[in-house]
Design a protein around this ligand. Structure first.
Ligand code: PLP
Length: 414
């Protein structure tokens, strides 16, 4: 089996199993994991080492603005993390008696889109003034930061005109798209949000552990991540909530407010430590193989199109790349993705059509639809997602099999 579905789940790293065995579920381990994740995302080079800090240990040189352990909230994964960011903000608005304005993008994961929808519904149920907007994206799948700026200006102008009390404005734009790998310019979008007094959340489920994420530098108030996307245990994730950002909890324990998710956090922090320590090598390896796969398929098979990020004016200036290193979303003219996926599966290649969730529900990809692609192109889309364990041999074999299978399917169609 050649596994090219890393965006759905990354194989668990041995490093995390070792730490899981030590995990007794106690507060000590939970705090160790929290401290380590804070260091890893805080841009502190000491955080990249895989040695667990001792309970209560602080890095000797905490740079100004670095991430603190208490800013990491454990969750059961990316979905809960996204939901907590949005619905936790809703309940804060409700508690403070303020209107809530939500701004997100059409290519977001359903965990964000459905939470925004739920916030609108809760608004009606609880009598809180909630309004939401979903921004369109470019043909390459990127959010134009200037659109965010314009929309925020309009929201502010409307509140002033309608004399609504000072609204809480929450913008949620993903770091990297799960279907196309397209990266958002979170730096510029975050700055625009802060200039407009809005809170900025980013779903970084596909990005953490794959591209550098330095929360000291990024103007991000909340960030979601999920362990099984970077080699950690399934059922674990976290939400970074910058100090000063108020959020109401969604889960409660006896006596005190709590957020869910403790089991597996040590495995998650160890997996992240491993990924961060090997980030540049893995990036170069994965990207090299993805570029090889793309180049050869486009050369060897006629009428194939790359979906998303081929040219992205809004790519993050810092990394000069418009896509995640391992993602490749391709449409094959005249071939239904369901048939191609089926045939590839029979021949031992595991890829997916769009996102794993959309493929299971049989729904058409809302991401490719939002990019304005034709229905033929959407229905013939396949997502290849590579990981650090992918080998050149596997990629060369994939190219051979995809070429052979595409020709067979096109012949059958006549
Ligand atoms: N956000 C993005 C971008 C994702 O790709 C996923 C999962 O594929 C999620 C959120 C949900 O994460 P989880 O599966 O951990 O709930």
């Amino acid at each position: 089996m050649i596994y090219l579905d890393y965006a759905a789940a990354s194989p668990a790293l041995p490093e995390m199993f070792a730490s899981q065995e030590l995990f007794s579920g106690g507060c000590r381990e939970t705090e160790q994991a929290r401290a380590q994740i804070a260091r890893l995302l805080g841009g502190d080079p000491a955080g990249a080492c895989s040695v667990l800090p001792r309970m209560g240990e602080e890095p000797a040189h905490r740079p100004a603005g670095s991430v603190r352990p208490e800013e990491i909230i454990f969750t059961s994964g990316g979905t809960e993390s996204d939901n907590l960011a949005i619905l936790g903000t809703f309940f804060r608005a409700k508690r403070e008696g303020r209107p809530l304005r939500l701004l997100t993008a059409a290519t977001e994961h359903e965990a964000v889109l459905q939470a925004v929808h739920a916030a609108e519904e809760y608004g009606e149920i609880f009598g809180t003034d909630v309004q939401a907007w979903v921004l369109p994206v470019t043909a390459e799948g990127a959010v134009d930061p200037e659109r965010v700026r314009k929309m925020l200006e309009e929201i502010r102008a409307a509140s002033f005109r309608d004399q609504t009390s000072d609204p809480i404005i929450l913008v949620s734009v993903m770091y990297a798209n799960n279907e196309t790998g397209v990266l958002s310019d979170v730096e510029t979008i975050g700055q625009i949000c802060h200039e407009a007094g809005a809170v900025f959340h980013t779903d970084a489920v596909q990005a953490v552990g794959h591209v550098p994420v330095d929360l000291r530098r990024l103007p991000v108030d909340m960030l979601s991540a999920s362990a099984h996307k970077f080699g950690g245990p399934k059922g674990t994730g976290f939400l970074y909530v910058k100090r000063g950002i108020k959020l109401e909890p969604l889960f409660f324990e006896t006596g005190e407010k709590a957020f869910s998710g403790t089991y597996g956090v040590l495995g998650m922090s160890q997996a992240l430590a491993y990924r961060m320590a090997h980030l540049s090598d893995e990036y170069v390896h994965v990207r090299g193989l993805r570029d090889l796969l793309q180049k050869e398929i486009l050369q060897e098979i006629p009428a194939v199109h790359v979906n998303g990020g081929a040219w992205n004016a809004h790519c993050p200036s810092a990394c000069k790349e418009s896509r995640l290193p391992g993602h490749l979303n391709l449409s094959f003219d005249g071939i239904e993705s369901a048939s191609l996926l089926f045939m590839l599966d029979l021949k031992g290649i595991c890829v997916s059509g769009g996102s794993a969730c959309a493929a299971q529900s049989g729904a058409r990809s809302h991401v490719l639809e939002a990019m304005g692609l034709s229905s033929e192109r959407i229905d013939s889309a396949v997502r290849f997602s590579l990981g650090p364990e992918t080998t050149e041999e596997e990629i060369r074999e994939t190219i051979r099999i995809v070429k052979e299978t595409a020709a067979e399917l096109r012949r059958l169609r006549g």
